[in-house]
Structures are given as C-alpha cells and as structure tokens.
Design a protein. Structure first.
Length: 325
C-alpha cells in the first residue's frame, strides 16, 4: 500500500515521504481499516517535529483521526494505532474504540468530526458547564478546533464571540454563526470583548492557542467565568498567575480529551451519539475547506502547521494523486 512515512523529526513538508510499504497487520484486539478519509490535526505536525506528548517509534505514519471502512463494509470513526497512522491507504485501530460514522455526514466531514467536536463537547459541557444564555469566547474561531466550538456553542444556546487573525478568517467565523467576530490583527481584543459584553466579559473562554491569547482571556473572563485550556497552537505555553484567578473568581480548566478513551470510554461513546444527533439535525457540520489526495498530504500538513488554513483539511485517498477536489 501507499503510506506517508516519517524517518526523522522535522517540518512535515520536509520529513514526510510517500512510500510503498506492507499493509499493517492488526495485533490482538485491533482491526484493519481501509482509510476513506483522514483529517489533519495540529498534533500530526507536532509528531513530525517530535514535539508531541506521544512519540511513536521511527519510522511512523502520521494521521490520528480517520473515517475508515471495516472488512464487513461499516463506516467508522477511529483513532489509528500508531505507528500505523491515517495518512495511508490502510490503518489499524483498536476494535473496542470504533464509533459509527454519522449517516448525515460524508467521509471527509465524518473524519473531521471525531477529535475536534469531542474536544469541544467535553470542554464546553463536561468541563465548563456552558449554559444557554451565557457568552462563549472562542480563540482561533475559524480553525479546525475553534470552528467546532463555535458550532457547539451556538447549538447550546450561547452567544458566541469569535477571535480570528485576518479578514478572510473573519468572514469564515461569521458564516459559522459567530454573533460577534473580532479580528485580532485589526482590533484590540480586550476592548472589543468588553464592548460586546457591556464590560461583563465572557462566561466561558475556549483557548486552543495559548500564549498572548491566554493573557487576553484572563483579562476578559467574567466573574465566575471558566477558561478552558485546549492546546498551544501559538507554540507558547503560558504560566498562569494564580493570584489573578483568585482575585477575579475564575476557573482555569485543562482538557486532554484523549484521557477519556482510557479513563471513561463510555462517555466518548455517549458523546458520539449526541454529536450524531446534532449532525442529523443540521446543528453541526464540520467545515471542510479542502479535500486533498493522498499525494498532497505532506504539503497539507505543513499548511496546517503554519496556521494558514481555515476549518479542516482532509486527506481522501480515493481522490488519487490528481488535483484537489
């Protein structure tokens, strides 16, 4: 089969190589899946660089999220078992962790549903307890992780403020349903949030960026607000001043979604059922900005790593090596 291999750590566009390799052989408790679509996530780039908390042995195939097909023809969502990741024609995954793909979504949309929307659901509902009528601030609202949080926030009845970088991304955030959009390149984020909330601030802040975005979050979070720390796409990990959280009465909540797969997998299944319902209702629909052939995966992962994409970029092996669809 064809698969992208990483033999040494570095930038994805430089170290990913498309090679002919043997199909992976499932271990006990695993299944072989035909990859119908593989969503690109920021952790794929971090793994290529050797900067992710999970470091598969070299060589490995990146791709942590797929819509696959079982040998009996079922469409499923899966997190491939590394080192046999999703940027390939076939991958392996733990049989017990497979989830049915929503009928309302196509392969690329289904591949983009799993990690981003599960993270959003657990972050907003289980960790932050977002309620209807509250104000939700989403950093990087036009990105893959942020766009999911925007849709889930609107589905929950929240007023959503989206922070983006650039006019093009601002347009995407408006299309996603943000009630207020702030372009951090052209506006003062702190002042704009306070203006939009009458000085009260945001009840819940969803932050997959870190760095300066986190500093802004602490200045605009409302009394008894909750800041959900999802990731550090900026590359800068902030050091919170806990005395500030004390004097303003806000909570700092960490979210590592992957832990639920081992600590409480039933919650993951229940979440997928709820997301499937929302997809059937049309309340959520992953924003797939690009569908690329397998041969374009390395360049696409690099674009995601560079932060120049909107929504989700998905690798679809069935497209062959032709033009982007």
């Amino acid at each position: 089969m064809q698969a992208w291999q990483v033999h040494q750590n570095g930038e994805p566009g430089e170290v990913m190589r498309l090679e002919g390799v043997e199909r992976p052989v499932p271990a006990e408790g695993q299944v072989l899946l035909k990859v119908r679509a593989a969503n690109i996530n920021f952790p794929d780039a971090l793994m290529c660089r050797g900067h992710y908390q999970v470091r598969p042995p070299l060589p490995f195939t990146p791709g942590v999220e797929i819509c696959g097909e079982t040998q009996d023809g079922r469409r499923v969502l899966a997190n491939p078992a590394l080192p046999y990741g999703g940027f390939a024609e076939y991958a392996v995954a733990d049989a017990a962790a497979l989830l049915p793909a929503p009928e309302a979504l196509d392969d690329a949309e289904s591949a983009a549903l799993h990690i981003g929307y599960q993270t959003g659901w657990f972050g907003l509902h289980r960790r932050a307890g977002l309620e209807a009528g509250e104000t939700l601030l989403v950093h990087a609202a036009a990105g893959g992780v942020g766009s999911a949080a925007v849709q889930l926030g609107k589905a929950a009845g929240a007023t959503v403020i989206g922070v983006v970088g650039g006019a093009d991304k601002a347009a995407v955030a408006r299309e996603l349903g943000c009630d207020v959009v702030i372009d951090r390149r052209a506006e003062d984020v702190i002042g704009a949030v306070k203006d939009a909330t009458g000085g009260r601030g945001a009840d819940v802040v969803y932050d997959p960026v870190g760095g300066e975005a986190y500093v802004q979050s602490t200045k605009v979070v409302a009394f008894e607000g909750r800041i959900v720390v999802v990731g550090f796409a900026s590359g800068s990990i902030p050091s919170p001043a806990l005395n500030h959280a004390l004097v303003k009465n806000y909570s700092i909540l960490g979210l590592h979604w992957g832990l639920y797969n081992t600590k409480n997998p039933k919650l993951v299944q229940q979440c997928n059922e709820r997301l499937t319902e929302l997809a059937a209702q049309g309340a959520i629909k992953p924003l797939v900005s690009e569908r690329v052939p397998l041969g374009g995966a390395a360049a696409a992962v690099q674009r995601v790593a560079d932060g120049v994409t909107t929504g989700r970029v998905v690798v679809v092996p069935a497209l062959g090596n032709g033009a982007v669809a």
